[in-house]
Write a protein that binds this ligand. Structure first.
Ligand code: PLP
Length: 423
């Protein structure tokens, strides 16, 4: 039988890369073997357009049970009453919400991409900035914290239909109640995209966005440690506030609109194998073992931030409340691109990142973003964070010295063999 050795050799190479290096990309993690087992299952063969109990295909009895399990566990995990677990990704979840609620040309207000926001929150290169009219809030130049006054001012002036909170590179907690107050004042819907800190939120380590935000979107593969994917949640359903009518002239509940935004709005058949893997990951996230893990993620991030500060690095906002931090490298005379390339040569993976008020392009940048979700899954503790920062500092002060960086890489590979995973 034909065996695609080429692809499996590449997968083996990638596994070796992941195991030998230090993974600090804040949006990455290592799923459990059972999450991968569910993803690599026969469920990939099944078409199941629609929702459990209301499918457009026969033979969906089993996948209905799987999807219902994922929905129930998602609701239990976040204290939600409704979930759609079908979005193929975080970007898909956001596109489904916008398609469900907005008309082309409607105003939206999101966190500026160059201050730590996400492309799907109104960037002009993304559907969200092309189809809708985007406005932005950002951080205060001095403190690096969200400028809530500016956000409220812009919201009152522009009266967007949708306000989005949440970020890709913001290390502090959010005051969701302040967003909700202004959303109520101007009659806007409030969406929290909790893709990054969803694991910390699920287990009560950060403010609860479901208490204040009408709709929640999240990816499932970052701190939540599930398969790559997305999800939409609500705690309370209500009649759509914008008078959106169905073809029959009736109005719909928000959850119906959102379900329609996913399918048939922006997707076809759901990936039931990925939904099964989401169910497994949500089940894991409800355990004490995961709670201990996510507490350690937060402790490790604080330890890492302290270690960077001790070595004279400039962390935006001065520290972290969650799993990540954004470091301004200008005081070290390096660009994000130089740091990323230098660190990759030592098998440390980070990503270059714009810092607020950056004067460099997104391809160069003045900063780097690091996170502790993946290294914590490898079993690391606070002391290991100090050691990692030591390695990073050694590489960044010797980026031009190939021999020295090569030696650090060897030390890292040897050290990482003590943090086994997937054996
Ligand atoms: N929203 C936020 C805040 C993100 O950080 C990301 C990904 O990094 C996304 C959405 C998009 O997720 P995906 O890459 O799964 O489309």
């Amino acid at each position: 039988m034909y065996r695609d050795q080429k692809v499996f050799d590449l997968i083996a190479q990638e596994k070796k890369r992941q195991m030998e290096g230090i993974e600090l990309i804040a949006s990455e993690n290592f799923t459990s073997p059972q999450v991968m087992e569910a993803m690599g299952s026969v469920l990939t063969n099944k078409y199941a357009e629609g929702l459990p109990g209301k499918r457009y295909y026969g033979g969906c009895e089993v996948v209905d049970e799987v999807e219902n399990l994922a929905i129930q566990r998602a609701c239990e995990l976040f204290g939600a009453t409704w979930a759609n677990v079908q979005p193929h990704s975080g970007a898909q979840a956001n596109s489904a919400v916008m398609l469900a609620l907005l008309n082309p040309g409607d105003k939206i207000l999101g966190f500026d991409l160059s201050h730590g926001g996400h492309l799907t929150h109104g960037s002009t290169v993304n559907f969200s900035g092309k189809l809708y009219q985007p406005f932005f809030y950002g951080v205060d130049k001095e403190t690096g914290l969200i400028d809530y006054d500016q956000m409220e001012e812009t919201a009152r002036k522009e009266k967007p239909k949708l306000i989005i909170c949440g970020a890709s590179a913001y290390s502090r907690d959010w005051d969701y109640s302040r967003f909700r107050s202004v959303a109520d004042e101007i009659g806007a819907i409030l969406l929290a995209d909790i893709s990054h800190p969803s694991g910390l939120i699920a287990r009560g380590l950060l403010n609860d966005p479901l208490e204040f935000c009408h709709i929640i979107t999240t990816t499932t593969h970052k701190t939540l440690r599930g398969p790559r994917g997305g999800m939409i949640l609500m705690r309370e359903d209500f009649e759509n506030p914008f008078g959106i009518k169905t073809p029959k002239g009736t109005t719909k509940k928000m959850t119906q609109l959102l379900d329609g935004g996913v399918f048939p709005g922006t997707q076809g058949g759901p990936l039931e194998h990925v939904i099964a893997a989401k169910a497994v990951a949500y089940g894991e996230a409800l355990t004490d073992e995961y709670f201990n893990y996510i507490v350690q993620v937060e402790k490790n991030a604080k330890a890492m931030a302290d270690a960077f500060v001790e070595k004279g690095y400039d962390i935006i906002s001065g520290g972290t409340d969650n799993h990540l931090m954004l470091i301004d490298l200008r005081s070290k005379g390096l660009t994000g691109k130089e740091a990323e390339n230098g660190l990759v040569n030592a098998d440390i993976t980070i990503n270059k990142n714009m810092v607020p008020f950056d004067d460099k392009s997104p391809f160069v940048t003045s900063g780097m973003r690091v996170g502790t979700a993946a290294v914590t899954t490898r079993g690391m503790k606070e002391d290991d964070m100090k050691k990692i920062v030591g390695f990073i500092d050694e590489v960044l002060t010797n980026v031009e010295d190939e021999e020295k960086v090569g030696k650090i890489k060897k030390d890292i590979n040897e050290w990482m063999s003590g943090f086994e995973l997937y054996v």
